[in-house]
Ligand binder design. Structure first.
Ligand SMILES: [Zn+2]
Length: 136
């Protein structure tokens, strides 16, 4: 099922949308629309810049020791990227912005995944059991 209207706004330097939000085995996920070579910038993780003390939900990405991005808004399509213990993408911080880049070659139709890190894993995934490709 395709969900329209959830994608983020076009970003400079991104000629073509590289992803689509679709249903995955764990709810919604982000899937590659085309073959993506390694080290391809896929999508910006868009969020409100907040102080680390205000980081209180599961869509937090830390920028540095004092600040984080709260990406819970639906406009942030990158929030649909699911965790995997064997991810094919990674998040990189550039100043105040966070971008998701492919780490491995990702085939068209393949789900884009990130390693959410041990803190997130222990808090949100461990209690219900990881359902990534590696763990299932
Ligand atoms: Zn897993």
């Amino acid at each position: 099922m395709l969900l329209l209207g959830l994608e983020s706004l076009p970003t400079k330097g991104m000629k073509k949308k590289k992803y689509v939000i679709k249903r995955s085995t764990t709810g919604l996920g982000l899937f590659a629309l085309a073959d993506l070579p390694p080290q391809t910038r896929i999508i910006e993780y868009i969020g409100k810049r907040i102080s680390k003390e205000d980081a209180d939900n599961r869509y937090i990405v830390y920028l540095n020791e004092t600040h984080a991005l709260d990406g819970k808004a639906r406009a942030n399509a990158a929030r649909y990227i699911n965790h995997s213990c064997e991810p094919n993408a990674a998040a990189y911080t550039t100043g105040k912005r966070v971008w998701i880049w492919s780490e491995l070659a990702i085939k068209a139709g393949e789900e884009i995944t990130l390693d959410y890190g041990p803190e997130y894993f222990d808090a949100y995934i461990q209690p219900v059991g990881c359902r990534c490709k590696k763990c299932v």
